[in-house]
Ligand binder design. Structure first.
Ligand code: SF4
Length: 303
């Protein structure tokens, strides 16, 4: 019987320091984005300019690790060139692969850089092997990141029916609307991951004290109320606490809802090629996640 290959551990790098910490802590690969709307984590204070990105790629490559460049938003009709230039820049820097969602960007990458590894972003919402097969056949993708709503048997089913490498999220939160199909952020703020590269942009977030409580609002909508000393997650609409028939609870999703530590051996047995730690919106959380993945805990029991 074949022993399943140990999956790569793929960690988020929101800054050069986070990249170095993740690499030093044992990440096999890090994923990064540029400081603009070409990636789906376009938050102020995160991401890389050209010079930082080059330093990051050098740092990782010198240590035998991979850098994946996320260019996983959808190119805007009036400026697709920006996405194409970002692909060219990533290739110039020597990244291991680009993570893409937009077919136009995939077509450009395949045409202009035939040897470039293409990873299908979770933002492309490919939930089944037929969709993954389409992207493989049409654009030559070599890996697909599955949306976080799939169950373990569904992940295994996809893997059994494709020769494309499959990457799954191992830690972070869920994205209940199947990533790229979510309209909640647009509804509340007018901006969403696929267009502005950001779910629930910070400019739309308000924290207001009210007596001994703190109200969290997004685009003016009250989505949570915390006690003064209660830990506060970043306010996205899907993770709000609402009053439903007198029950105040997370109606859609709890803020820290994805932790696959207990089922890692089964994911490995299913044949996943990579386990990804979700990116975070603040540096403290990045460091926390990197240390969680890097100290070997995510590998425990799986190798
Ligand atoms: S609102 Fe929630 S479900 Fe929608 S994109 Fe943001 S995190 Fe995902």
């Amino acid at each position: 019987m074949n022993t399943p290959r140990r999956p790569d551990l793929v960690c988020p790098a929101g800054s050069l320091r986070a990249l170095q910490v993740a690499v030093d802590a044992g990440a096999d690969a890090v994923y990064m984005g540029l400081k603009d709307a070409t990636n789906a984590r376009n938050f102020a204070g995160l991401n890389f300019d050209r010079s930082q990105a080059m330093q990051g790629v050098r740092y990782a490559r010198d240590r035998g690790r991979q850098v994946l460049m996320a260019l996983n938003t959808y190119a805007q009709a009036d400026q697709p060139q920006r996405w194409f230039e970002a692909v060219d820049m990533a290739v110039d820097m020597g990244v291991h692969a680009v993570i893409l969602a937009d077919p136009a960007v995939m077509a450009y990458s395949q045409r202009r850089h035939p040897g470039l590894r293409l990873h299908l972003s979770v933002q492309a919402s490919a939930t089944n092997y037929e969709a993954i097969g389409f992207y493989r056949e049409r654009y030559g993708i070599q890996r697909a990141v599955l949306p976080r709503v799939l169950t373990l048997p569904q992940v295994a089913h996809v893997i059994r029916h494709t020769d494309v490498e499959i990457e799954v999220f191992g830690f972070g939160s869920l994205c209940v609307m199947v990533e790229g199909r979510c309209a909640l952020s647009s509804y509340a703020t007018g901006q969403a991951p696929n267009t502005a590269g950001v779910c629930s942009p910070p400019s739309a977030v308000r924290w207001d004290a009210e007596g001994d409580k703190v109200n969290a609002r997004l685009g003016g909508i009250l989505i949570d109320q915390f006690a003064a000393d209660e830990p506060r997650g970043y306010p996205t609409l899907c993770k709000g606490r609402f009053d439903v028939d007198g029950d105040v609870d997370y109606a859609l999703e709890e803020p820290t809802s994805l932790n696959t530590l207990a089922i890692l051996p089964e994911l490995v047995k299913a044949g996943v090629s990579a386990i990804k730690i979700e990116g975070a919106r603040d540096r403290g959380r990045v460091a926390q996640l990197a240390s969680l993945g890097g100290a070997g805990r995510l590998h425990a029991g799986s190798q």
